[in-house]
Design a protein around this ligand. Structure first.
Ligand code: VG1
Ligand code: CO
Length: 560
């Protein structure tokens, strides 16, 4: 086949956010909109583009297959040598990272808006991952964005037809040069990696039970997202779990109307089933499979920040880390500081980075970081360069198999040793952008006042003394790159924190995130409700931010 060069017009606003370009499907469907962004990604590859290999796949949401076909035709016309494409266009985000690393490709294109709803009236997204398997860092996404602002044409080979629902290897000639499309099974490489990392024999024993131990009952919910086929293969085929305990495991283009974000609000189904049912362990994953929520018996909730700390403290129970050793731990800035205490106690290296998985990559690449996480239900390790929902679930099961005790007891034991970081996040979704900006400016001005440091903030008899307040910025210790404007922080003398930032993953309006973190080491508090313990700080945060006055909101959309 031969390729064409097609004149195009510039679309504004093709600026990737925290994790790729996310917009309404309708926006991506505009003539040449998707083509432009894909061409910009390829142009940003520069010298690496001719003859390169890229991975392509996504979370199965609406418009995904169409986007895959566009990418195939555009990549072919741009001198890409080979594309590795997930069957049906399906690859979870962790699977893309796995495949990029395993086959040493120059990168991958992930078609997902992650936890955002899908369908013709919801969201779509395109994300580029680099040759280390991780989300493109700021310098790359900035370059892509700059290119979109002046793009004049894209190249395409419109006559390429291929059935991406069939595993097959196709070689054709494009403008006289060889071009290969390798449609692969979506789950094989990922499952192989998991079996290398974890002790499947012990996990299977735990889940099946034995003569002296009843089976440990799990309930896994894929929220109609991409993890379905992975869950089916790992939990049913490999570990022998009854299919009845694996729910919503068929990927649907609109996620069956669900908001595929595994938290207490949007994964209410799982929470209810855990409350009522006989299950010892529950897990849910987001649309593209990189997030996880872990619940114990009777829906005992493990906060992501605690999940990270518990895994950190028990990492050596997992075969992979017995081999590689534990190099260091990290968390994103708003994540509660529970893992910090594990790092301090074990003497491991510790890092705090801005929100977004791309900031962990360099530390992993130089061998300083083994395990990291975010409060937003993201947990992962240096086995790949993305957070990994199924990995986190298996890590928990591996730890439970070795400790031989319940999720709740693991947490209680952990708090006894380290104390407990109470944490909550309030999300105010879809606020008016101008109002949200004004609120952030207001807080920014307040915390800059010279007398703000040392100020005593009170609520119902509880008093917090401001120790430090700033707009968080980060310098990458590996390449020296700087990220500024990463969230407003108020740090108190007792270690408690209030943080405000605006989301970078929404597709309309502004989402305000308010994060509250407070440490307690008195065992009588450990089993208390976080909302109660944090009430004074929550109210202080609402008051000083004037959130209600700015947004008109009385209550958050989601509390986690
Ligand atoms: C959110 C989370 C962040 C996460 C990002 C991508 O970003 O807060 O921790 O890395 O989503 O997750 P923001 O900018 O909206 O706060 V995923 O699973 O949507 O790729
Ligand atoms: Co995700």
């Amino acid at each position: 086949v031969t390729s064409l060069t097609v004149n195009t017009r510039v679309y504004e606003g093709q600026k990737p956010g925290t994790s790729g370009l996310r917009k309404a499907v309708k926006i991506f469907q505009q003539e040449q909109y998707t083509e432009n962004f894909v061409q910009a990604i390829l142009n940003a590859l520069g010298d690496q583009l001719p003859g390169c290999t890229l991975v392509v796949g996504g979370d199965g949401r609406f418009y995904g297959k169409e986007a895959v076909m566009k990418i195939i035709r555009i990549a072919a016309a741009n001198g890409v040598k080979k594309l590795i494409v997930g069957q049906n266009g399906i690859l979870s985000t962790p699977a893309v990272s796995t495949i990029i690393r395993k086959y040493k490709t120059q990168g991958g294109i992930v078609l997902t808006a992650s936890h955002n709803p899908g369908g013709p009236n919801a969201d779509f997204g395109i994300k580029f991952n680099c040759d280390n398997g991780g989300p493109a860092p700021d310098n790359v996404t900035n370059k892509i964005y700059e290119i979109t602002k002046t793009l004049k044409y894209y190249k395409i080979a419109p006559d390429i037809e291929v059935d991406i629902d069939k595993v097959q290897n196709i070689s054709i000639e494009v403008d006289g040069k060889p071009f290969t499309i390798d449609i692969i099974d979506s789950v094989n490489d990922y499952v192989d990696l998991m079996k290398d990392i974890f002790d499947f024999v012990s996990i299977k024993k735990l889940l099946q039970g034995s003569t002296d131990k009843p089976a440990f009952k799990v309930l896994i919910n894929s929220m109609n997202g991409v993890t379905g086929p992975y869950v089916k293969r790992i939990f049913s085929t490999e570990l022998g779990v009854d299919d009845k305990c694996l729910v919503n495991i068929k990927p649907l283009e609109d996620f069956g109307g669900l908001h595929p974000d595994p938290n207490l609000t949007y994964a209410k189904d799982l929470v209810n089933a855990m409350m009522e049912g006989p299950y010892d362990f529950g897990a849910a994953f987001d649309g593209d499979g990189d997030r996880n929520m872990i619940l114990g018996k009777k829906a005992f909730f493990v906060t992501p920040s605690d999940s990270l700390a518990v895994l950190a403290a028990n990492l050596k129970l997992i075969p992979y880390f017995q081999k590689t050793g534990v190099k260091g731990y990290a968390r994103s800035m708003p994540t509660a500081a529970a893992v910090d205490r594990v790092a301090a106690k074990t003497g491991a290296k510790f890092f705090e980075v801005p929100t977004g998985w791309k900031y962990f990559g360099n530390l992993m690449d130089v061998g300083d970081l083994s395990l990291c996480g975010e409060e937003s239900f993201g947990t992962g390790s240096d086995h790949i360069r993305e957070k990994d929902g199924i990995w986190a679930c298996l890590a928990w099961l591996n730890v439970i198999a070795k400790l031989g005790t319940s999720v709740e007891n693991i947490l209680l034991d952990h708090w006894k040793v380290y104390g407990r970081n109470f944490f909550t996040r309030y999300d105010y979704e879809n606020c008016d952008s101008a109002c949200a900006d004004k609120m952030i400016q207001g807080i920014g001005a307040l915390i800059q006042k010279p007398d703000f440091i040392g100020r005593k903030l009170q609520y119902e008899g509880k008093e917090y003394i401001v120790k430090q307040a700033d707009n968080y910025s980060y310098t990458d210790p590996v390449d020296g790159s700087k990220a500024t404007n990463q969230g407003l922080r108020i740090l108190f003398a007792d270690g408690s924190r209030i943080i405000f930032r605006l989301s970078g993953t929404g597709s309309s309006g502004a989402t305000i995130r308010m994060y509250i973190d407070s440490y307690e080491n008195d065992p009588v508090t450990f089993e208390k409700d976080a909302q109660l313990v944090l009430k004074p700080l929550i109210n202080i945060a609402l008051k000083i931010s004037e959130l209600h006055q700015h947004t008109g909101r009385d209550a958050p959309t989601v509390i986690t």
